[in-house]
Ligand binder design. Structure first.
Ligand SMILES: O=C(O)C(=O)Cc1ccccc1
Length: 284
């Protein structure tokens, strides 16, 4: 089985993949859409992409791609602790305080905002497709005297020197990754997790007072525990949004179908994006 993921080698996504998919063939892609398209094009059996960070929130491109562009179910979720480090080319190790630029993934930059504001005021901060892509670029262009924010594996993989460890602004830093597949992959068996979540996409009837309240009450009176509700643009005009709702349980035969039927009777559109095991892994 082949796993596509947001690469290049040594991204946080690869770390998450390697903790769960032992002995699988791994195929890195440069962007999140390319990783997901690899499923559509039958180049991989499953793909793993970041979806939410505890400090910065959702990875919008992942949610938008899954709701607007492709129709691929979520079959699993992996949550990984995140430690961000500042690294430079070994030639620049002794003058890292005067780097000309800092590169990283936009989420990593946001997770280190306070650190960057304190130590690199006025230095251009540039976002790039992944933390590992930033590390690779810093390795390839020593004359640029740039730094990357990435993980320890990336420092090793690309031969960079870590000059400041743990530069993320808040200690509790985790990222969740979706496992996507069209092949009915048994992620409960692969991950050993029996903790399930169900993710729904809900569109509201237009211009109806109290519609969201009614949606929430369909879950509330059934005592269905929501762990997330997020609005994303419909991309049809200002003010047009749909909701992504996470339920802390597996899709059953009674409660969730009952809630969905109630929402549909209210005029809502409902799509199940996946009902899947969720696993927390650690770095060591
Ligand atoms: O860029 C990476 O390494 C990724 O896998 C995406 C990401 C970026 C920042 C935190 C977690 C995941």
């Amino acid at each position: 089985m082949k796993v596509g993921y947001l690469g290049p080698k040594a991204t946080f996504t690869e770390l998450a993949v390697s903790k769960v998919f032992k002995g699988f063939e791994l195929e890195p892609y440069n962007t999140i859409p390319e990783s997901i398209d690899a499923i559509v094009d039958h180049k991989v059996d499953l793909a793993v992409v970041p979806v939410e960070n505890a400090l910065e929130g959702s990875v919008n491109i992942t949610l938008d791609y899954l709701t607007h562009i492709v129709d691929i179910p979520i079959v699993g979720e992996i949550t990984l602790p995140i430690k961000q480090h500042l690294m430079v080319h070994p030639d620049n190790k002794d003058h890292w305080q005067s780097v000309s630029k800092v590169f990283s993934h936009s989420h990593a930059i946001a997770q280190c905002h306070k650190f960057l504001h304190t130590h690199f005021k006025g230095v251009p901060i540039e976002s790039i497709s992944s933390t590992a892509a930033a590390a690779k670029m810093v390795m390839e262009q020593p004359k640029m005297n740039a730094a990357a924010i990435a993980n320890e594996l990336a420092a090793k993989e690309y031969g960079l020197a870590i000059v400041q460890k743990n530069i993320h602004d808040f200690h509790f830093n985790h990222t969740s990754f979706f496992v996507l597949s069209e092949q009915g992959l048994d992620f409960a068996e692969i991950s050993g997790s029996s903790h399930y979540k169900t993710t729904l996409m809900v569109t509201l009837p237009s211009d109806q007072a109290g519609a969201l309240h009614q949606v929430l009450s369909a879950f509330a009176w059934r005592k269905l525990n929501l762990s997330k509700i997020e609005s994303r643009p419909m991309k049809t005009g200002i003010g047009n949004y749909f909701f992504i709702i996470d339920l802390e349980m597996k899709l059953d035969d009674v409660l969730i179908p009952g809630a969905i039927a109630e929402l549909e009777a209210l005029g809502c559109g409902v799509k199940v994006l996946g009902s899947y095991p969720s696993v927390m892994v650690n770095l060591d």
